[in-house]
Write a protein that binds this ligand. Structure first.
Ligand code: APR
Length: 237
């Protein structure tokens, strides 16, 4: 049965949706930040101080992500996009690229991507998928250092990407919050914006989060296990 024509759905995903693909989350036990002081590997200051350390950290994340595949949760959201087309908007905090690999075509990568680099001087930005990196201090054709095209702590999100996500949060009638601890802004604000704008907000997370109070429904489960059923439910309405 085709979904009601006015149906507009948006989703915000976090590291939890990739957990079942084997990619470590950030704040759970054994999370990524436990082994690496954020200040050293995910800030502009850390990169200025020791670009080699930062590139070693990101090369390891690229190698890990390259060995992981999308799970049923990623595929369910790709199916939802297939059914709703432009009436579905996916914004992710994840940089692993698994949504794109699962078949999602329009992904707002709020925090950038492990698979893109950009120049620290000339503005060049482009894909770099070599694993492992041929050199741990990759340089641009202009000679300057390349950096991961990732939004580090203290940096602004790409304006047009965040504005598109905010517009979707404001205009949707259903907002899915999947696999995020909801503690990093401004990404987490999208769920509150959706709630304020009158959308139903459904959370998929084994644990409660600071966003739970804004949710009409909390599915206390892993994303891989339940997203397929939720997508069926959404499309049957
Ligand atoms: N399915 C759904 N949710 C899960 C699963 C799962 N299988 N496993 C864990 N979770 C939940 C955890 O309960 C937690 O609430 O996923 C969330 C992961 O939270 P974080 O590790 O904080 O990741 P995230 O919310 O994406 O972090 C946001 O912080 O460090 C920065 O830039 C980084 O994008 C990241 C941002």
């Amino acid at each position: 049965m085709a979904p009601a024509p006015e149906r507009r759905v948006a989703a915000l995903t976090g590291a939890g949706i990739s957990a079942e693909s084997g990619i470590a989350t950030f704040r759970g036990s054994g999370g990524l930040w436990e082994n690496h002081p954020v200040e050293e590997v995910a800030t502009p200051g850390g990169f200025a101080r020791d670009p080699l350390l930062v590139w070693r950290f990101y090369d390891a994340r690229r190698r890990q992500a390259a060995s992981c595949s999308p799970n049923a949760g990623h595929r369910a959201l790709a199916r939802l996009e297939g059914a709703l087309g432009g009436r579905f908007t996916l914004a992710t905090q994840n940089v692993d690229g698994l949504h794109l690999l699962a078949g999602s075509r329009r992904v707002l990568e709020l925090h950038g991507s492990l698979w893109r680099v950009r120049c620290t001087r000339c503005g060049y930005a482009g894909e770099e998928r070599t694993v492992p990196l041929p050199t741990l201090s990759p340089r641009c054709a202009c000679g300057a250092l390349l950096r991961p095209d990732i939004v580090w702590f203290g940096e602004a999100l790409p304006t047009e990407v965040f504005e598109a996500a905010a517009e979707a949060a404001e205009s949707c009638d259903l907002f899915l919050v999947v696999g995020t601890s909801g503690v990093v802004e401004p990404a987490a604000s999208l769920a509150r914006l959706a709630a304020r704008s009158g959308a139903k907000v459904w959370e998929v997370n084994p644990e409660a989060t600071p966003l739970t109070p804004f949710c009409d429904r909390s599915v206390r489960s892993g994303a891989g296990a339940v997203l397929d059923e939720l997508v069926d439910e959404i499309l049957a309405r």
